[in-house]
Design a protein around this ligand. Structure first.
Ligand code: OAD
Length: 250
């Protein structure tokens, strides 16, 4: 499945950067965005995942995320998530940047995680002037009326602590990713259609810097013809094999 060169490069790597997308959670039963049955296929993303949609109808958007949490709650990490957590233990420097908001990487044991698009299990105040930090969604599970719940500090509506269309990423997440990419000598991009900036630029930056970029995705993407190696396989099948071959993990 993997070239000898890829295995040798990963084995010798001092610093590994992994970028994941919805495809890594597909093996756990989480719908992707653009594939068949994808979330954005079934919902007009722009009518639910934008600041304007929330301003127009905060209750509808809040309920959409409650629905997504209901789907996610029983789902578990899959072998792909666990393989990434196992890889982190085997390299001296490791960074995982995920576009996923489902928290499955953390549940699988990954430590150094940059959540580029936030975390559906956190909420924050929607007022741009409020200093209130993000907090666990459970904290606001009091009998909810009105929906969405209101910020205890300023009375603004609470919102999911996720990035919506048209919103900037958290600058700290971006700068931490850039720093880690500069240090990386092996880059794995897995389970993403590589269509959404700035995440989709990350593998290209590493490739342009001469870093070995390995893509894992059952479908070809814009990256497939550019990066050093592209393996058309699911993450749940490929990632455990990759870690086993590189680190002879039994
Ligand atoms: P997409 O739904 O755009 O792409 C999912 C990718 O996963 C596709 O390339 C599939 O081929 C691949 N895939 C499907 N099953 C897989 C499997 N079992 N193993 C590995 N890969 C598999 O999801 P993302 O690329 O993550 O942003 O989308 C990026 C962002 O667009 C999301 O974070 C979200 C969306 O708008 C925000 O919500 C801000």
């Amino acid at each position: 499945m993997f070239s000898r060169e890829a295995i040798a490069a990963l084995k010798a790597a001092r610093s590994v950067f992994v970028l994941t997308g919805a495809g890594v959670s597909a093996d756990s039963g989480v719908p992707t965005f653009r594939g068949t049955g994808g979330l954005w296929r079934n919902y007009q993303a722009t009518s639910l995942a934008t600041p304007k949609a929330f301003a127009n109808n905060p209750k509808l958007v809040w309920e959409f995320y409650s629905y997504r949490r209901k789907i996610l709650a029983p789902l578990k990490p899959n072998p792909g998530h666990f393989a990434i957590a196992s890889l982190e233990e085997r390299v001296s420097s490791f960074t995982l940047a995920t576009q996923n908001i489902d928290n499955l990487h953390r549940i699988a044991g990954s430590q150094n995680i940059i959540e580029l698009h936030g975390n559906i299990w956190e909420v924050r105040c929607s007022s741009s002037t409020c200093k209130n930090a993000a907090e666990p969604w459970e904290n606001c599970q009091v009998p909810l009326s009105p929906l969405p719940p209101l910020c205890g500090d300023c009375g603004g509506h609470l919102r999911p602590n996720v990035v919506w269309f048209g919103e900037m990423l958290n600058p700290a997440a971006l700068s931490a990713s850039m720093r880690a990419i500069q240090e990386a000598d092996f880059f794995i991009v897995v389970g993403t259609s590589a269509l959404v900036q700035p995440a989709s630029r990350m593998p290209l930056m590493a490739h342009e810097a001469g870093v070995f970029v390995l893509e894992i995705n059952p479908e070809p993407t814009e990256l497939s013809k550019i990066v050093k190696e592209s393996v058309q396989e699911t993450s749940g099948a490929a990632l455990p094999l990759l870690v086993e071959e590189a680190f002879a993990v039994q």
